[in-house]
Design a protein around this ligand. Structure first.
Ligand code: HXC
Length: 517
C-alpha cells in the first residue's frame, strides 16, 4: 500500500470519526429523546448532496476540568454551506452529543466563520440551536465567543436574512444570538429559551416554574412574542425554514425571487363585496380577505399566536413576495396596542430592509385606551410602528376596508407616511374618531340642555356618519388614490405593485436613526 493511500485512508477514518460527533452512545441518547443529530438536521434542510462541511477538524483548546482528555473532531457544532431550492445558504447546527452542544471558544470561531462568509457572499444564515450554553470549563473564553457571534449577528442584521431554529435548550445569554436574528422558530416540547433557568428563578424570586412554563415554545409564541413560529417537530421546522426562505431575497441588495404564478391576476371574488357586515360593530375575519386576494390563498403567517389583533406574514401577488400587515376585526375589534405595534413594526422594518413590498389592510378603530397601555408606554411602542412605516422606502400599498380612525389611521401606512397607493373600499370610514365618540364630545352639553338628549345625539350621529363615515371625504383631498370595488382588490393591488416595481426612494444619509425603543 502506498504512503499516499494510507494518508487518504487516515483522512477517511478521521472524517468518519468526526461524523460521529460525541459518539454512538450520545447519538442514541439524542435519538431516544426524539431528537435528531446536527448532521441529520442539516441533511433534511439542504438540497440533496449540496452540503459542504467546514472546519471538521477543529478542536477545542481547553485543558481545565478534564477537558484535555475530552476532545472531539469538529467540536460541538457542524458548520458549512449548501443550497436550499438551489440558492446558497450558510448553516451552523449545534451538536448536543458533544459536551451538550455547549459553546467553546473554537465553536464560536466556526460559527463566526460561516456568518462572515454569508455576509461576504450575500446569503442567508440558518442556525440550528441545541446547546447547554457557554462551556463552563472554558470560562470567560466561552463568553467571549458568544460576544463574537453577537457582534456578527448585529453587523449582518438588515444585510442578510438570519433564521434561528431552537431544537433543544437555549439558556443564559445564549438566547441573545437568536434574539438578534430575524426569525425564531421553536420546536414544541423539545426547545426552551430563558435567561435564567427554573432553579435560579426559585432562588431569587421564590417562584416555582417548570422549563416549559418559563420558556417553552408556547410561552414565547403567545406571551412574550420572542418566538415567531412554533412547530411540532424538527421535520416541520425544516419545511418551514425552506418555505420562509422562498419569500426572501438572498441579501439586502437583491429582490425576492419571483415564482411562476397560475392564479389569474384579474380573479374577482364576489364574496368580498359582501364581507363587511352592515353593523359597524360586527366583526368579520380578515384571514378570509387575505386568503381571497393573494396568490392561491397561500399565506405564511408570522407571530400567529401573539398580538392577534394584528396579522402579519408573507404572501405573493402574481408571483412576487409581499409582506402583509392587516388589522384583525375579530380580535379586540382590531385595535392597536403595545404588542400589536411592536409586532408589526419589526415586520415592516424587516420587509423594508429586504426589499419586500408591504400591503396593508386597514380596519382599525384606534389605539386601545387605558392605564395599562399608557403605563406600559403605548406612546413609545405605537410610535415604533409609525416610525417603521414612515422610514420604509419599499412599495407600500394600503387598502382601507372599514374603520380608519385617528392616530391609528395615520400609523397604518397613510398617504402622508409615504403610502404609495392608498385605496379604500366603499365601506371605509376615515375620520378622527367614530360617530358615537365624536358626538359625545361635540354635543354633550347641547344634548344635556335639550328636552330629548337621545334625539339630539342620534341626529348628530347621523349627520357625522353622513359627513365622515365614508371614503370620499379623504378621497376629495387625494389622501385616498381611488375607491375600489372589494371584489376587484386582488387585481388593483397587483396593478399597483407592478407600477411600483421600479420605485426608488432614499432617506437622508445619517449614521443611523434613533427609532423610539
Ligand atoms: C459544559 C455542559 C454544559 C455546559 C451541558 N454540558 N451543558 N458542559 N458546559 N454549559 C454537558 C453535561 O455535563 C453532559 O456531559 C452533557 O453536556 C449532556 O448534558 P446532560 O446534563 O447530561 O443533558 P440533559 O440531561 O439533557 O440536560 C441538558 C441541560 C443541562 C438542561 C442543558 O446539561 C444543563 O442544565 N446544562 C447547563 C445549562 C446552563 O446553565 N447553561 C448556562 C451556562 S452560562 P457528559 O460528559 O456527562 O455527557 C451561559 C452564559 C452565556 O450560557 C452568556 C452568553 C453571553
Amino acid at each position: 500500500m502506498s504512503n499516499q493511500l494510507d494518508k487518504i485512508r487516515e483522512l477517511i477514518e478521521l472524517r468518519t470519526k468526526a461524523r460521529l460527533g460525541g459518539g454512538e452512545k450520545a447519538i442514541d441518547k439524542q435519538h431516544s429523546q426524539g431528537k435528531h443529530t446536527a448532521r441529520e438536521r442539516i441533511m433534511m434542510l439542504v438540497d440533496e448532496g449540496s452540503f459542504e462541511e467546514l472546519d471538521m477538524f477543529v478542536q477545542h483548546r481547553c485543558v481545565n476540568f478534564g477537558m484535555r482528555e475530552k476532545t472531539f473532531l469538529g467540536d460541538g457544532v457542524v458548520t458549512g454551506y449548501g443550497t436550499v431550492a438551489g440558492r446558497l445558504v450558510y448553516i451552523f447546527a449545534q451538536d448536543f452529543t458533544v459536551v451538550g452542544g455547549s459553546l467553546s471558544e473554537t465553536m464560536a470561531g466556526k460559527i463566526c466563520k460561516v456568518i462572515d462568509l454569508a455576509m461576504q457572499m450575500g446569503a442567508p444564515v440558518v442556525g440550528l440551536n441545541d446547546s447547554g450554553g457557554a462551556r463552563i470549563q472554558e470560562g470567560i473564553n466561552a463568553l467571549a465567543g458568544y460576544a463574537e457571534i453577537f457582534q456578527r449577528n448585529i453587523l449582518a442584521s438588515g444585510m442578510i436574512p438570519q433564521i434561528s431554529t431552537i431544537l433543544g435548550p437555549c439558556a443564559g445569554g445564549a438566547v441573545y444570538s437568536p434574539a438578534l436574528t430575524d426569525f425564531i422558530i421553536m420546536d414544541r416540547g423539545t426547545s426552551y429559551m430563558f435567561l435564567t433557568g427554573p432553579k435560579v428563578v426559585k432562588t431569587v424570586t421564590g417562584e416555582d416554574v417548570t422549563q416549559e412554563q418559563l420558556g417553552g415554545a408556547d410561552v414565547h409564541a403567545s406571551r412574550s412574542g420572542v418566538s415567531h413560529f412554533v412547530v411540532e417537530s424538527c421535520e416541520e421546522g425544516i419545511v418551514l425554514i425552506r418555505k420562509l426562505l422562498s419569500f426572501l431575497p438572498q441579501n439586502n441588495l437583491e429582490e425576492p425571487p419571483i415564482v411562476p404564478n397560475d392564479d389569474p391576476i384579474d380573479r374577482l371574488d364576489e364574496v368580498l363585496n359582501e364581507i363587511i357586515p352592515d353593523s359597524p360593530n360586527k366583526p368579520y375575519d380578515m384571514y378570509e380577505v387575505i386568503g381571497s386576494i393573494v396568490d392561491k390563498g397561500e399565506f405564511l403567517e408570522v407571530h400567529a399566536d401573539y398580538a392577534c389583533n394584528i396579522i402579519i406574514g408573507f404572501a405573493r401577488f402574481n408571483g412576487r413576495s409581499v409582506g402583509i400587515v392587516a388589522n384583525q376585526p375579530k380580535t379586540l375589534a382590531g385595535v392597536l396596542d403595545i404588542n400589536a405595534s411592536r409586532k408589526a413594526a419589526r415586520f415592516v422594518r424587516f420587509c423594508d430592509a429586504f426589499n419586500i413590498p408591504i400591503v396593508t389592510l386597514v380596519d382599525v378603530p384606534g389605539f386601545l385606551p387605558g392605564t395599562g397601555q399608557e403605563y406600559g408606554g403605548v406612546i413609545i411602542h405605537g410610535a415604533k410602528l409609525l416610525y417603521a412605516y414612515g422610514e420604509a422606502t419599499v412599495p407600500k400599498v394600503t387598502v382601507t376596508l372599514r374603520k380608519s380612525y385617528g392616530g391609528a389611521h395615520i400609523v397604518m401606512s397613510c398617504k402622508q407616511l409615504r403610502g404609495d397607493m392608498n385605496y379604500a373600499w366603499p365601506s371605509a370610514e376615515i375620520a378622527v374618531m367614530g360617530s358615537a365618540g365624536a358626538v359625545e364630545i361635540l354635543y354633550a352639553k347641547e344634548a344635556k340642555d335639550s328636552d330629548n338628549p337621545e334625539k339630539v345625539l342620534t341626529e348628530k350621529k347621523d349627520e357625522y356618519t353622513k359627513v365622515f363615515a365614508n371614503p370620499y371625504n379623504a378621497a376629495k383631498y387625494g389622501y385616498i388614490d381611488d375607491v375600489i370595488e372589494p371584489r376587484n382588490t386582488r387585481f388593483r393591488i397587483i396593478r399597483a405593485l407592478q407600477q411600483l416595481s421600479t420605485k426608488k426612494q432614499t432617506n437622508p444619509a445619517k449614521k443611523h436613526d434613533n427609532l423610539p425603543l
